[in-house]
Design a protein around this ligand. Structure first.
Ligand code: PLP
Length: 643
């Protein structure tokens, strides 16, 4: 292993480079020895544990990376913080009703996570939100006590509604949030049939446009909810059916990951206007649900950027409570119970993806050939001249010429005018030239000179590819699908200067399976991540933080890479930790079953092939035994690279 420890680099510089204190929210830090630490609330105290100690402990117990590591204390702390912040805001503002949070199950449906939320949430009457029948079944089984509520969103059919009505009979307060007029009619019909009164909420499409990733889908363009006209139709329908007394909740959801507190206040003001007028129409109301949206500062920039936020949890709660009061008091409207459906802010921090680097590809500048053969095609020669004449003055021109000349050479190959050997020579010159242009552009940028965007983007073309033992599609689907930023950093050698710029490829054989958006030094996005020189055999582990929300749920079996080991750890006040819950990674046969392959069928089919090979004299009978044993072992083995 190369040792680049130098006196001009220390852990503090790594902390700044990877911005751990900006996105770490007080949970994650870097010690002066270069160890990533987790500061975990344990009752009234906090305990600090080295992440590498946890990884070592997990490995000693037989679980190798990739691992989804969950820290129970962090999840508990998030629920506690949210509820206590609302309680403080309610007390500070003289608000006359309470807060009832609900966790949207879709954000992390893993049984152990939901159980934990239900257990910790019990003391705050924190309930659950369900968007489908299976989620409602989970909510009905997990919700504790009779003071928590269940909020049913999404399209609801007869069975969904019947299940919610039955829950009301059992003393569980279940709200049906109506998304369409037809749904209101169905709720009325089923409630008459079963003789159970429903708690109805209207989901309103607010016109407030919000900043952030989902900007285009906010306001009137939002997919779900009732338009102004439909709200009035719904009121008329309930009046006609003598069921207006069942309309108890106003619901809205401005969007997920709302970065700007001003948008949230604006949304609350608009929601309060609807609330006031629904009370005016004679509905009892009593509940106002502002949906999800409490953001996570993924990039630590504390800004209105798409993966950040410009407010704290306290400011969020104060804003909702204060604005509601300010809007309703002048109208003489009683304060409603306040509900929010915070998903990502509840679970994001508690989960870390850990994977090891397997290999690396370097793209260091290639030497230009000293000369070209005399009979080389003129276009290849022109590319060579372009490379030889590159200078800071003609850098832009050289860049455009290189692209043009390379295309011409490729066209010549397609028409048979040059041969493969000449094409390869041209490609070599082209790559060498581009790498020199990229290096020169970086130098100019470092000297404070302005460079064009395409030159700046070349940094990525020079970046190493670090191959990580994970699947982006399984473990970080939002990085792939939405280009979402997550904090990523190495977990070792943090007292050593990272002297390589890298993108990280996963082990699916898909060109989309790569991470090439990271948090840059200035907090903005960067196409590369500084990493340390990697040598084959190094134990170099990468952590991707804040991945508890949506990632586990949306992950897919692309290339049939299954779930990682999911290990839940509880950190104790004395700094020790226990493995509280362990789920082993999917075996190959479990994954194969999801695509309707039974391992017995596969094994038998392969055995027939092996037997045929014995009969044909290709292998000896003893080889057959070994080959089948290997096949069988793979069927019950991990889907990821095993060391
Ligand atoms: N509630 C509803 C209706 C949603 O659609 C969502 C997600 O988009 C949420 C809650 C959770 O949002 P977040 O994770 O931003 O808190």
């Amino acid at each position: 292993m190369t040792n680049n420890r130098s006196t001009d680099w220390n852990a503090e510089q790594s902390a700044e480079l990877y911005r751990i204190r900006d996105w770490g929210a007080g949970y994650f830090d870097l010690s002066s020895e270069g160890e990533v630490t987790i500061s975990a609330p344990c009752g009234d105290q906090r305990a600090t544990v080295k992440l590498n100690d946890i990884i070592r402990g997990i490995r000693e117990r037989g679980y190798d990376t990739p691992v989804q590591l969950r820290i129970e204390n962090l999840l508990e702390d998030r629920i506690t913080q949210l509820n206590e912040s609302f309680a403080r805001a309610i007390a500070d503002n003289g608000y006359n009703a309470q807060y009832r949070g609900v966790f949207p199950i879709k954000v992390n449906q893993q049984a152990y996570v939901i159980e934990q939320i239900a257990r910790v949430g019990e003391r705050y009457h924190h309930g659950l939100e369900a968007g489908s029948k299976p989620e409602l079944m989970i909510a009905l089984a997990e919700t504790r006590g009779t003071d928590s509520i269940i909020v049913c969103n999404g399209y609801k059919d007869r069975d969904f509604i019947d299940l919610g009505l039955r829950a009301n009979q059992l003393g569980v307060r279940c709200f049906f949030v109506a998304e369409t007029l037809d749904e209101i009619a169905l709720i009325i019909e089923r409630s008459r049939k079963l003789g159970v009164e429903p708690n109805i909420g209207f989901r309103i499409k607010l016109s407030t446009k919000v900043k952030g990733h989902w900007e285009a889908d906010s306001g009137e363009r939002s997919i779900f909810g009732l338009s102004i006209i439909q709200v009035m139709e719904g009121v008329k329908l309930l009046k006609r059916e003598n069921m207006l007394h069942c309309l108890k909740m106003l619901h809205c959801h401005l969007g997920s990951q709302l970065p700007d507190i001003d948008n949230i206040c604006e949304g609350v003001r608009e929601a309060c206007r609807y609330y006031t007028d629904l009370v005016g129409e004679g509905a009892p109301m009593g509940w106002m649900d502002m949906g999800g949206g409490l953001a996570v500062d993924y990039d630590g920039s504390n800004s209105t950027g798409g993966y950040s936020k410009n407010y704290s949890v306290d400011e969020y709660c104060q804003s909702i409570v204060r604005t509601t009061r300010e809007m309703l008091d002048p109208e003489g409207i009683a304060h409603p119970m306040l509900v929010t459906e915070s998903g990502r802010a509840t679970v994001a921090y508690s989960s870390i993806l850990l994977f090891n680097i397997l290999d690396v590809s370097h793209f260091d500048p290639m030497a230009l050939p000293a000369s070209l053969p005399d009979d080389v095609h003129s276009q290849v020669a022109a590319l060579f001249v372009c490379a030889e004449r590159l200078s800071e003055e003609n850098i832009e021109q050289s860049y455009s010429s290189a692209i043009e000349l390379r295309q011409r050479v490729r066209d010549l190959f397609a028409t048979g005018d040059i041969r493969l050997a000449e094409l390869a020579m041209a490609e070599n010159i082209y790559y060498g030239l581009m790498q020199r242009i990229a290096a020169m552009a970086e130098g100019l940028e470092a000297d404070g000179k302005e460079i064009s965007e395409h030159l700046a983007n070349l940094r990525q073309a020079r970046a190493d590819i670090y191959y990580g033992n994970f699947s982006l599609f399984q473990s970080l689907p939002d990085n792939w699908a939405l280009q979402q930023l997550f904090p990523v950093m190495p977990l070792s050698r943090l007292d050593e200067k990272p002297n390589r710029e890298a993108v990280i490829a996963d082990i699916t054989c898909d060109c989309d399976g790569k991470m090439d958006r990271f948090i840059g030094r200035d907090g903005g996005p960067s196409k590369t991540l500084p990493l340390h020189e990697f040598n084959h055999g190094d134990d170099y582990c990468i952590g991707v933080f804040l991945v508890g929300a949506y990632q586990e749920t949306l992950g897919s079996l692309h290339n049939l890479f299954g779930d990682n080991h999911a290990i839940s750890v509880r950190i104790n006040a004395d700094g020790s930790f226990d493995l509280a819950h362990e789920i082993e990674a999917d075996d190959a046969d479990e994954v194969l079953r999801t695509v309707e392959y039974e391992s017995l069928y596969l094994f038998n089919s392969f055995r027939n092939r092996a037997e045929k090979a014995v009969q044909d004299g290709r292998i000896a009978p003893a080889d057959r035994r070994q080959i089948l044993a290997d096949y069988s072992r793979c069927l019950s083995g991990n889907t990821y690279f095993e060391r």
